[in-house]
Write a protein that binds this ligand. Structure first.
Ligand SMILES: Nc1nc2c(ncn2[C@@H]2O[C@H](COP(=O)(O)OP(=O)(O)OP(=O)(O)O)[C@@H](O)[C@H]2O)c(=O)[nH]1
Ligand SMILES: [Mg+2]
Length: 390
């Protein structure tokens, strides 16, 4: 059994994808070569078939990139709205405060709010200390926040003022990590995504591709996760949904080779942005991290200066573990910024405070749902207001 087979993912809604993978695996075992191919190609359009096609020669590799013509773009976007998004996009855009509801009502700041209300108990400082140190923000951040409010509590016993100090301190920590996400003029501007299994890499790339395509950029998705059978198909669906192209080799090929060829393909065909997906991997598995380092090096061989950005995708529901992931991935690869996903499904959204305080890296994006526009640029002020909303 390979190392990746033993890894687990905490994401329950991957079930559909996993079920699909099982079907594909079963089809591979039992069916004739033609049928096997048909099983992998569950996509209905010819474009999808091309996406999962194995490419052995240079010419075939190029053909393997999914080519969406401009006339088809509108069509695929329409399709995605009705099928892929199951009508949810038609609902009004989710507000950030809705997305952060669980964190606001059940997270550590809500617990602190409770102990600061009304007449303060003599034990308030001890209680505050306990809440902070058991929150998912790390020791350093807990100490910083505790220092900021303890004096006020001891001397004045004013819970409202203490909450206000906390609010200001959190704002100052988060503000340091707000930086606009800018696509450089390189042709293409190459972005590599990294992170553990199920963190939201592919979804984040898909959403980003959709947003950049809508801005008029020529976007190529590169299917660098060649490990998981359904990964190419998943990315291909995003390519169809946003009306951009995808470059892939067959499942099981060398990810570095796929990404190298994908970058070259993007260069030769005038793409503005190349977004490279990678397989999920545990941050403490040496050979998987070595493979990632190789992918990173190979990007530079395909195009000098690439990747121009490395986006570490972290799942907020992982809480404290997300901090650990950032530490260990950061030791292997100097990532340029972060995307923090699934803030909508967790009370642990406060982890962003620990991440900002410890890494001082830009948080480019936050994910507050599965729809395209649920990937938002991170604005510290707006985030803090949503977090401290009464
Ligand atoms: N609620 C919610 N779900 C999300 C968000 N981002 C991603 N997801 C879901 O999380 C699941 C896993 O996302 P993927 O994009 O497949 O994760 P991945 O990192 O590519 O996973 P691997 O390829 O297995 O490493 C999918 O069902 C996504 O729809 C988010 O911000 N909010
Ligand atoms: Mg993926």
């Amino acid at each position: 059994m390979s190392q990746r087979d033993t890894e687990t993912t905490t994401v329950s809604n991957l079930k559909d994808i996993i079920d699909n993978e099982k079907k594909i695996a079963a089809a591979r075992k039992s069916e004739a070569p033609e049928k096997k191919e048909a099983a992998v190609k569950s996509a209905s359009s010819e474009k999808k078939e091309a996406a999962v096609k194995s490419a052995s020669s240079e010419k075939e590799k190029k053909e393997a990139a999914v080519k969406s013509e401009s006339a088809e773009k509108k069509d695929s976007v329409k399709k995605s709205e009705s099928a892929g998004n199951q009508g949810a996009e038609k609902k009004s855009r989710r507000s950030l405060s809705e997305g952060l509801e669980a964190t606001r009502s059940r997270g550590f700041l809500a617990q602190i709010g409770k102990i600061f209300k009304g007449e303060l108990k003599s034990s308030v400082v001890d209680e505050l200390e306990e809440i902070l140190f058991t929150a998912d923000i790390g020791v350093k951040t807990s100490e910083r926040l505790l220092d900021r409010v303890t004096e006020n509590l001891r001397d004045k016993g004013d819970g409202v003022a203490a909450m206000q100090l906390l609010h200001e301190e959190v704002r100052s920590i988060l503000a340091a990590c707000e930086k606009p996400f800018v696509i450089g003029n390189e042709k293409p501007h190459v972005i590599l995504t990294i992170g553990v299994n199920g963190a939201g890499k592919t979804t984040t790339l898909g959403k980003l591709a959709a947003q950049l395509t809508a801005q008029g950029k020529k976007v190529l998705l590169i299917a660098g996760d060649t490990f998981r059978a359904a990964a190419i198909e998943q990315l291909s669906e995003w390519a169809q949904r946003c009306g951009c192209e995808m470059y892939s080799h067959k499942h099981g090929s060398d990810p570095s080779g796929t990404i190298f060829d994908g970058i070259r393909y993007a260069q030769e065909n005038g793409f503005d942005v190349a977004l490279a997906d990678t397989a999920g991997r545990l941050q403490n598995k040496k050979e998987l991290i070595d493979e990632l380092k190789k992918i990173h090096r190979v990007c530079g061989k395909a195009m000098s200066g690439a990747p121009h950005q490395v986006l570490l995708v972290l799942d907020a529901t992982n809480g404290q573990n997300a901090l650990m992931q950032a530490r260990e991935f950061g030791e292997a690869i100097d990532f340029s910024g972060l995307a923090l996903t699934k803030l909508d499904g967790t009370a642990k959204g406060g982890v962003i405070i620990g991440i900002c305080e410890e890494f001082k890296k830009p948080v480019y994006f936050i994910g507050i749902g599965e729809m395209t526009d649920d990937l938002r640029p991170f604005h510290a002020e707006e985030f803090v207001e949503a977090l401290f909303l009464e």
